[in-house]
Design a protein around this ligand. Structure first.
Ligand SMILES: Nc1ncnc2c1ncn2[C@@H]1O[C@H](COP(=O)(O)OP(=O)(O)O)[C@@H](O)[C@H]1O
Ligand SMILES: CC(=O)N[C@@H](CCC(=O)OP(=O)(O)O)C(=O)O
Length: 294
């Protein structure tokens, strides 16, 4: 059944407190590779971002592209493995990662937002000194000996410094920044950064009002696959330790924790394939995902 004009007026009027709350605030939206889905999903996402810009919110989009990188690696017959949700990245892989993220995916996302009526500009973390990173180190416990050892993930980066100048300039000119998660270290080496981590670092540096992490599950699910609507930092840590939270969900929740600890008001993990998930989260009381708070 379609909405009547009266329904539409009630909806608009109900959104007023939320419009006021987010007026001129920065909202960082992490758009995961799995959430991108088909052409119409990407266009709907573009429309939601254009709407945010139109009503006075300042959206900043940080996108992923894991599945798109996988497809290109497969095409080029390059093997790839993940450790703790991070892609082990050798010299050949880092070139392909940059080509896919800062190339095709970045331009597609910016184009979808521009087609929907806002002006979006795609950049990577290498542009304008946006993300300076250091090589990421991870420790793994040997299941047999119980000993911990350091793992070399190759050209994988962890943001060390975020220079928000270029983002502030774009935001000030009513342009939506669309950021590919690639950075450089102090020697100029390109580093592959997990998109969740990049989004969290940018949200923290901008002191965003909200960090929205769009993925392909409704949020954090418990052992029975039910959605957990809210989690504290301690509950998230427990979830990782028990194995309830695993794989690609680990960098996501860790990012949310860091972001709220850096002053972001709230971080939410939600299903980006659901039509207008971003609008439902920001402009209604019925936020659809998992809110992580201090
Ligand atoms: N407790 C959990 N709740 C929901 N998803 C989980 C959980 N633990 C692991 N996951 C996995 O994390 C995935 C999301 O991470 P990822 O695939 O990296 O998404 P994206 O590409 O959006 O960054 C889910 O598809 C799911 O397979
Ligand atoms: C180091 C690392 O793992 N980088 C990621 C960057 C892309 C990403 O994070 O994309 P999603 O958000 O779609 O997963 C990768 O190479 O897949």
């Amino acid at each position: 059944m379609s909405d009547t004009p009266r329904d539409n007026i009630a909806l608009l009027s109900g959104a007023l407190p939320f419009l006021k709350r987010y007026d001129d605030q920065i909202v960082v939206v992490k758009y995961g590779g799995h959430a991108m889905g088909e052409e119409d999903t990407a266009f709907r996402f573009g429309c939601d971002i254009a709407l945010l810009e139109q009503v006075g919110v300042n959206p900043v989009v940080v996108h992923g592209g894991g599945p798109q990188i996988n497809a290109m690696l497969k095409q080029l017959d390059v093997q790839s493995t993940f450790i703790q949700g991070l892609r082990v990245t050798d010299e050949r892989t880092v070139d392909i990662v940059e080509m896919v993220l800062a190339g095709s995916v970045n331009k597609q996302v910016a184009e979808a937002i521009t087609r929907a009526g806002a002006i979006a500009v795609g950049i990577s973390g290498k542009d304008g000194n946006l993300i300076t990173a250091r090589r990421a180190l991870r420790r793994l416990r040997d299941p047999q000996t119980g000993e911990e050892r350091e793992i070399d993930l190759g050209f994988v980066g962890e943001p060390e410094r975020v220079d928000t100048k270029v983002l502030q300039l774009l935001i000030g000119a009513d342009i939506v920044p669309v950021v590919a998660p690639v950075g450089v270290d102090s020697t100029g080496q390109t580093l592959n950064i997990n998109a969740d981590t990049a989004a969290g670092a940018i949200a923290g540096a901008l002191k965003a009002a909200r960090l929205l992490m769009l993925t392909d599950v409704p949020g954090v699910l418990d052992g029975n696959k039910n959605l957990i609507p809210e989690m504290t930092v301690a509950e998230v840590r427990e979830g990782i330790a028990s194995g309830m939270i695993s794989g690609g969900m680990i960098p996501k929740v860790e990012t949310c924790i860091e972001a709220v600890e850096q002053g972001v008001e709230g971080a939410v993990i939600l299903d980006g394939r659901v039509p207008h998930a971003v609008l439902a989260e920001l402009f209604t009381d019925a936020g659809p995902g998992t809110l992580i708070k201090r």
